[in-house]
Design a protein around this ligand. Structure first.
Ligand code: GLN
Length: 493
């Protein structure tokens, strides 16, 4: 029987094909482990044991009939609870969606299903993906598997914790300002935020549509490449999704092809790496600084060339994000009105609640259904979009966003990839930052500029002992192959 610890997609696939175990056995073993281990961690909101075991059986039957299987066949995955799986409750960790059953599959789920993947359950998160510690979930806390006093990061904290605690081979998360990379960083796993448009957002409960992307959380960079390859591509249900086809004249070299899974390390080692001076600042935690510096030294020793660069508008990124993001949030969550998506008959008793008109329903369901952080962002977003303040805040922030993007474009004329810390500190204690939203917002200072510019970035664990500390590699648009290539090189050397 395969040891679930350190079980990767790659290893699972090899073992399955050689019939060292069945998909059913492994899936069963995962549920046994989850039932004991997750009492302490709290990574999962719901499990889908029956459907998962059914799907595993189908994969085993296909294998026995000698059909050719996808590399993802039978792989037990954890899915963040803002990604729709048809027929399953999907709450985005919000009370307002407590009873919502998804009526269709997200495109990423459809793709994974077509490849025979198995879904173990839905993972905990900050409500509607708003937060950096998973403490904003309306349902439960999640603990960091590496230190149970500490948060797993967020908002994809449940997915990162599930992978780090070996309660899934890999997971999907979503990243609007760092929600894949930061929890991966805190839990000591790999997290990839793809280029905006590389992965369809259809069936992802929207937070801020111009920033959101779905991406993999995995144990290895290689696994992140495997999952990314399968979930990416053009989708007719998401007009912002694109297909980058291989073409020698194209500025983008194909990410869908071989390069992603079998990087040409000769080529990879010629990539020039930029170090933005604005990211190596005083406020940076000492251990983080040290771990990232050691990684840089190691890469230098192996022959990678580094260059100091400047991203001068970095200091405006956080303010810019906290105008654009809430503006989009306020529009996106307007659809949760207590009538659609959630069943008002379960929560409202018209006479006892003194409901007389539609407005009363809105006030009651939204007042009770949304948590404080969601309300804070609705109010902020409505304010910056209001007619008197639109020009002062929102349209200014859009201009600043363009300038931040321009900074990256300029930097990418000098270097191919950018290396930075992921977060200013390692995982903090549960409760440490809940009383001060601004402290919490600062967590994302190194990840947010990437979303504003629509770039791909991956968080990879350094080899430091103690609490996990990762480093971030940021690539050019649609050059996931570069950052995952360096990552795969690092992982093998
Ligand atoms: N922590 C950031 C926020 O609260 C990012 C969240 C995310 O990426 N979904 O907005």
């Amino acid at each position: 029987m395969m040891d679930l610890k350190n079980l990767t997609i790659k290893k699972f696939n090899k073992g399955l094909v050689k019939k060292e175990f069945s998909a059913f056995e492994i899936t069963k073993a995962f549920f046994d482990l989850i039932k004991s281990r997750d009492k302490e961690i709290g990574a999962y909101l719901r499990l889908s044991e029956n459907t998962a075991l059914e799907r595993a059986k189908i994969v085993d039957a296909e294998l026995n009939s000698n059909s050719k299987l996808s590399i993802l066949a039978g792989i037990p995955l954890a899915i963040k609870d803002n990604i729709l799986i048809k027929g399953e409750i999907t709450t985005a960790a919000s009370k307002i969606l407590e009873n919502y059953k998804a009526s269709y599959d997200a495109t990423v789920i459809k793709k994974l299903k077509n490849n025979g993947a198995v879904f173990l359950g839905k993972t905990n998160m900050d409500e509607f993906a708003m937060g950096s510690s998973t403490e904003n979930s309306a349902f439960q806390k999640t603990r960091n598997p590496r230190d149970s006093e500490r948060v797993p990061g967020g908002s994809s904290g449940g997915s990162a914790a599930a992978v780090a605690a070996d309660m899934a081979v890999a997971a999907l998360g979503s990243d609007t300002g760092g929600s894949i990379r930061q929890p991966a960083n805190f839990c000591g796993v790999v997290g990839l935020k793809p280029t905006y448009g590389a992965v369809s957002r259809y069936g992802l409960i929207a937070m801020a549509s111009s920033l959101d992307q779905i991406g993999p959380i995995t144990k290895t960079v290689e696994d992140a490449a495997i999952l990314f390859k399968e979930i990416s591509g053009k989708d007719k249900f998401d007009a912002t999704s694109v297909d980058i086809k291989y073409n020698d004249e194209s500025p983008y070299i194909n990410y869908v092809g071989d390069e992603l899974l079998n990087p040409n390390f000769e080529k990879i080692k010629k990539l020039k790496i930029g170090l933005p001076k604005e990211y190596f600042i005083e406020g940076l935690n000492k251990e983080t600084q040290k771990a990232v510096q050691e990684t840089i030294e190691n890469l230098k020793k192996s022959g990678f060339e580094f260059k100091e660069i400047s991203l001068p508008r970095t200091k405006y990124a956080l303010s810019c994000y906290y105008i654009i993001m809430p503006a989009e949030v306020s529009v996106n969550v307007a659809r949760f009105d207590g009538i659609r998506y959630s069943r008002i008959q379960n929560s409202i008793r018209p006479s006892a609640d003194k409901i007389q008109n539609l407005r009363d329903i809105y006030l009651k369901t939204r007042g009770e259904g949304f948590g404080d952080e969601v309300k804070r962002r609705i109010i902020l977003g409505t304010f910056v979009l209001s007619s008197g303040y639109y020009d002062t805040y929102y349209s200014k922030a859009q201009k600043v966003r363009q300038m931040i993007k321009h900074d990256f474009e300029k930097a990418f004329q000098e270097v191919d990839v950018i290396l930075t810390p992921v977060s200013p500190t390692p995982a903090f204690k549960i409760g440490e930052k809940t009383s001060d939203p601004l402290q919490m917002y600062l967590e994302d200072i190194f990840t947010i500029p990437v979303n504003l510019a629509g770039l791909p970035a991956v968080s990879i664990p350094t080899r430091t002992k103690g609490l996990p500390i990762g480093f971030q590699l940021i690539g050019k648009h649609f050059r996931e192959a570069d950052i995952l290539g360096i990552g795969q090189w690092y992982e093998r050397n």
